[in-house]
Design a protein around this ligand. Sequence first.
Ligand SMILES: [Zn+2]
Ligand SMILES: [Zn+2]
Length: 104
Amino acid sequence: MPCYISHTKNGDRMFICGDLGPHCVAERCSDVSGYLCDYPVGEGKTCDLPLCDSHAYEVAPNVHYCPGHLILWKEFRDAGGVERELRNVVPFSSSTPATEKGAT
Ligand SMILES: [Zn+2]
Ligand SMILES: [Zn+2]
């Protein structure tokens, strides 16, 4: 039976044993994974690495990235990639909020 180490908000560690699915993949983390990385890796697939509460970084509502992909995402965003992409999707809109991308 796999065991997990969960970190509570006040810094305590909690040991959990049971069949709760894969461990969080973050380095030295043995927590239960409640999330999967949603980073797109092509052909409609996503990264899908299992992540715990504290390692699933929410970049948009219900969109979580793993630590490695968070870095890629930040670089992409900081380079203006998001804006470029939005302009491609809705070429004539300057007032459409980013959440209404509608690109699927
Ligand atoms: Zn974790
Ligand atoms: Zn990922």
